[in-house]
Design a binder for this molecule. Structure first.
Ligand code: IMP
Length: 427
């Protein structure tokens, strides 16, 4: 398979970073297509433990070209910090390319993100405060600044003059906040442009050329499909399209060029931030999952809400994205559970439905219908072949396949690269 999209099959934090890191061994190119530094991948490899927000996980493989696509929103300060951390560990950044058309997170975007969240009060979305929503809003309103604009003094000044003036009206008149200095923002971003110039390029042409040459390409999603702006639990979503379709618009790739879609799902579910979560577990079980799975946000450090595997949302994600296979991560987190559950349907009023609702009210009122299975209660950390898993763990995964309608190709039993069971090769 030469072009494979790796997407989050839940609400983000599924462990995509590790799976992409593994698959890059056979890839020539890895490309991020949406989101920004709201994402956080933790990658554990022989060089150390890295918390990455913008740079694709493929950077650790010296043969891989990494692309930050046009669909990503880039905070240049964050990107430069990550690059410097990687350089300190001897990782070359010559292979890192950022799309000229990617939009730029400006200092007032995180500020407005926070002020808007505060203004929503108890209806706040629980955003990461990284300015993601406000940056995508400006992109859609056609007033944003793109990476290419950082390379031209006149263009940058003219784009910023309009934007800073309009944001300052909002900051001062609506929020009673101090204004931003156009001069400071201009000089700072011009400098970011100077530093990033060697990396800013036409990544769409680069990618399409690689497709023509039959190179192995990994498209790396951030967040998860249930946070998709159109198909997620709106309005408790992020402002981009984390699914396979987002890979096309976020990179400039023709839909037919994507030959496979791998959805990464945990053996249970987590969600950070507010919003519907039908399979959220009772406090005690959720706390066990949180501790065992170290379920605290990479970006914000917030404790993640934890619950059981949801086959209803997995089927939905599979259908929306043409998912070919699942990677099930963190199976080991369930190792000590006496009973494990899989949600196979939602009870809504007196009926059982097997699809996800659109209305927020319905999302909030469904209750899960569970199948309970006996847990395996033994460690899976050292297992490297499906047949060597405890029988109950095999049964759990087989049931996940049956009720989700997708085969499980990869199983992760720990954070390290080697703590993985590969059943089917995907790239
Ligand atoms: P935003 O993307 O910062 O606007 O936040 C919108 C919602 O998406 C919030 O519920 C966040 O917690 C969630 N979110 C954003 N990025 C991630 C991620 O990488 N993992 C999990 N949740 C995320």
């Amino acid at each position: 398979m030469s072009v494979l999209a790796v997407i989050g099959g839940q609400w983000g934090d599924e462990g995509k970073g590790k799976i992409v890191d593994l698959l890059t061994a056979r890839a020539h190119l890895v490309a991020r297509f949406q989101g920004g530094d709201n994402a956080g991948h933790t990658v554990v490899n022989p060089k150390g433990t890295f918390r990455m927000h913008l740079v694709p996980s493929g950077i650790f493989n010296p043969h891989v070209t990494c692309i930050i696509g046009n669909g990503v929103v880039v905070n240049p300060r964050q990107l430069l910090d990550e690059m410097s951390q990687l350089r300190q560990h001897g990782i070359s950044l010559n292979r890192l390319h950022v799309s000229e058309a990617a939009h730029v997170v400006l200092p007032f975007h995180p500020l407005l993100d926070r002020l808007e969240e505060e203004a929503r009060g108890s209806a706040s979305l629980g955003t990461t405060h990284r300015g993601i929503g406000p940056t995508y809003s400006d992109k859609a309103a056609r007033v944003g600044v793109r990476m290419v604009d950082l390379l031209d003094e006149e263009v940058l000044l003219s784009r910023l003059t309009y934007l800073v003036n309009s944001k300052n009206r909002l900051l001062t008149q609506v929020y009673g906040h101090d204004p931003c200095s156009l001069h400071e923002v201009y000089l700072q971003y011009l400098e970011y442009g100077r530093q990033l110039a060697p990396h800013i390029t036409d990544t769409t042409r680069m990618l399409n050329e690689a497709v023509r040459q039959g190179k192995n390409i990994l498209l790396e999603g951030a967040q998860g499909v249930l946070l998709d702006l159109d198909f997620g639990t709106y309005p408790y979503v992020t402002s981009s399209s984390p699914g396979a379709a987002g890979a096309c618009t976020g990179l400039g790739l023709p839909p037919r060029s994507i030959q496979g879609v791998l959805a990464v799902c945990k053996a249970y579910c987590t969600r950070v931030g507010a919003g519907p979560f039908p399979t959220e577990a009772e406090t005690e079980i959720a706390e066990r999952m949180r501790q065992r799975g170290n379920e605290f946000g990479t970006t914000t450090g917030r404790p993640r809400r934890c619950g059981w595997f949801d086959a209803v949302t997995t089927r939905y994600v599979a259908e929306l994205n043409g998912v070919d296979a699942l990677a099930i991560t963190k199976l080991d987190v369930l190792d000590e559970e006496p009973v494990v559950r899989i949600c196979t349907g939602y009870r809504l009023n007196d009926a059982v439905v097997r699809h996800v609702p659109t209305s927020l009210l319905m999302w909030q009122s469904v209750t899960p219908v569970y199948e309970e299975m006996t847990g395996w209660q033994s460690s899976t950390r050292r297992v490297r072949a499906f047949e060597d898993l405890p029988t109950q763990a095999q049964a759990f995964l087989q049931r996940v396949e049956e009720v989700s309608g997708v085969r499980v190709a990869v199983i992760s039993v720990g954070p390290g690269r080697e703590e993985t069971i590969i059943r089917h090769r995907l790239l």
